[in-house]
Design a protein around this ligand. Sequence first.
Ligand code: KG4
Ligand code: ZN
Length: 355
Amino acid sequence: MQDLLILGIESSCDETAAAVVRGGREVLSSAVISQIAQHRPYGGVVPEIASRGHVEAFPAVVSEAMANAGAGWGDLDAIAVTYGPGLVSSLLVGLSGARALGQAVGKPVWGVNHMEGHLAGMFLDPATPPPEELCPAVVLLVSGGHSYVVEMRAAGDYRLLGQTIDDAAGECLDKGANLLGLGYPGGPAIERAAAGGDPAYVRFPRGMEHSKARTTEDGLDLAYCFSFSGLKTSLLQRLRTHPDDLPAHLADLAASYQEAVMESLAKRADRALKATGARTLACVGGVAKNHVLRAKLEAIARRRRAVLRLAPLAYCTDNAAMIAAAAGLRARAGLPNPPALEADPSLPLVEEPVQ
Ligand code: KG4
Ligand code: ZN
């Protein structure tokens, strides 16, 4: 078991980040430069703006992370960088920067799967036991780009139980917020607008409630899968047929929409917890910041006598501490970290669903 000192680098979407983490758990520094303001006028991430932003922000985040960690280049054991999934032009900035640094300071450069990074986020809470004590766990991995139900069996050992068949949960919130005129990013905007609103004002559809098919083409059980595209269409219809709803019922609509997303997520997590008998339920990724979701998962965990583990709020949305943590946890478990060679924009978390 090795407690390595790792500089993590993340640039897969619209956050440029660097962090220094020891042993996959202890964050010595974490710097994030978000481009949200640059993308806001377009209602979403514009790839060209994102990659240029990463080029500009890269030197500053790396210097800040190294200075705040109080570590010298010679103290590092390795540099860990996200190599996928994500926007290829954004990934390439982090990868080439990390490789140039590695060469300059004579350190190995490892590639980290961004999804595995999100999973590692929960271990950045000092109260979370290490993977060998925590696993098996059911983890809801919910971000702007992905929605997965994962069974974590050990560090580096994941079984995909379910995923979205269309939009990701965060994407659904971002699109819904756009329709409600709430701006980007949609998740926090909807959460704010929903305060005091009635979540039962409109019963928006919960995707795949009545699905007859049992498995997806990839062999995943639909009981653990999500569908969010109908929800967005349903909000659009509602706004067309009830033009007086806005602005009078903005809070009620936001609360109802948020409720539909979070209930769908919570239901799949509950089913997976029941089916696997895992004693730990966890939630990571940007949408894990949501307090309605957190409360629902808390209730499920209590009912199923499981413990709920959440990534700390600062490490739910994209950051580099989780990337360094993923590499550090693999090293602690004696697993190899691959050399960072090429960007892989559609890198899966697991090669194929294993039964
Ligand atoms: O993990 P993340 O930073 O990026 C991806 O890997 O995709 O997640 C970003 C997503 C966005 O869709 C954003 O709307 C959502 O996380 N999000 C939230 C909240 N804060 C961020 N969703 C719901 N409630 C929040 N408070
Ligand atoms: Zn992410």
